[in-house]
Design a protein around this ligand. Structure first.
Ligand code: PEP
Ligand code: MN
Length: 338
């Protein structure tokens, strides 16, 4: 159930509605938008009598939410969520963001060269895995905390924010000082215990779509984080597994407008994992910006074809520079900035 308050509702009226909802046995999540306050009830809402809330002072309207996700749905924040980072960087607003970096942090020289290039391109986010989910247990598993230390140092030296993947609950606490945004990878999209723990912190989470997950499942996973009170969730289309073998995954561009319609959460597109092929990354990145993505996530490396992981889909730094220039044109064409 969603209770939309009048623009003129007072704090006392809002508090009274929250009390009435709590008394009815549900958890109340509040969002204060530019125009109005919205109160969402989660929990046992089936037996609730809506008319009881409709008549309370300050209430504009009350309606049931038919989708299984309540907090991730558009109705909770009709104007859209803008996730705020340090340095006045916003994800979900008019500016399209670029998140770039290696698949994995490999060494100091590599991450510093990449950070320099990301800054020069005018982007604000450095990505890189320190804990890597690899299909084979014999593949490079990441540098761990020393890798995060290097990435934080490189990011700070170049005025960038850090995005890195968390694979298990025990890593959250030690990662906190190094990251500005936690990434939950495709393989962990339905690691519900991890999602719940990320709901307890107050740092943005970039949640990737699972390789066989529907859009509804992705939004339900975001709901796990939001129901803990952490509303700073960003969802990411990174390709899904289909019968097609020409690309590593099938980049679901349509998921971008679908997510924007169903949800208020910012949407990121990852054409690197989405295609698995260096030559397909730029066209799909451009398509994603044209389709309404709020950010593009790409893998880049000075020696792309020698990258320790995901070499085939990694852009050389020069290719990345060109891509950002092209994305800037497309962003302008669709009424955004970059
Ligand atoms: C990554 O971003 O390097 C990664 C492992 O992504 P995904 O979880 O989408 O495979
Ligand atoms: Mn990768």
């Amino acid at each position: 159930m969603i209770v939309a308050m009048l623009e003129t509702a007072t704090e006392d009226q809002i508090d009274a509605v929250i009390d009435a909802m709590t008394e009815a046995g549900v958890d109340v999540h509040r969002t204060t938008g530019k125009m109005q306050t919205i109160l969402a009830a989660v929990g046992p809402t089936a037996g609730l009598d809506l008319s009881k809330f409709e008549v309370l002072p300050g209430v504009m309207h009350v309606h049931r939410i038919s989708s299984p996700y309540k907090l991730a749905g558009r109705a909770f924040r009709p104007e859209g969520t803008v996730v705020e980072f340090a340095k006045e960087v916003h994800l979900g607003g008019a500016e399209v963001q670029v998140i770039a970096g290696p698949c994995a942090v490999e060494n100091r020289e590599q991450i510093f060269a990449i950070a320099k290039c990301v800054q020069a391109a005018g982007a604000h986010f450095l990505r890189g895995g320190a804990f890597k989910p690899r299909s084979s247990p014999y593949s490079f598993q990441g540098l761990g905390i020393p890798g995060l230390e290097l990435m934080r140092e490189a990011a700070d030296a170049h005025g960038l924010l850090v995005v890195s993947e968390v694979m298990e609950i025990a890593q959250i606490e030690p990662m906190l000082p190094f990251v500005d945004c936690f990434q939950v990878g495709a393989r962990n999209m339905q690691n519900f215990n991890l999602l719940r723990e990320l709901g307890q912190i107050r740092k943005p989470v970039l949640l990737k779509r699972g390789i066989a997950a529907t859009i509804e499942e992705l939004l339900l996973s975001s709901e796990y984080i939001m129901s803990g009170g952490n509303y700073q969730v960003i969802v990411c289309e990174r390709g899904i597994r289909t019968y097609e073998t020409a690309t590593r995954n099938t980049m679901d561009i349509a998921a971008i407008p679908v997510l924007k319609k169903l949800s208020h959460l910012p949407v990121v597109a990852d054409p690197s994992h989405g295609t698995g092929r260096r030559d397909m990354v730029a066209p799909m990145a451009k398509a994603a910006v044209a389709a309404g993505a709020d950010a593009i996530l790409v893998e880049i490396h000075p020696n792309a074809d020698k990258a320790v992981s995901d070499a085939a889909q990694t852009l050389f730094l020069e290719q990345f520079e060109e891509l950002v220039k092209d994305l800037r044109l497309i962003a302008t064409a669709v009424g955004r900035t970059l």
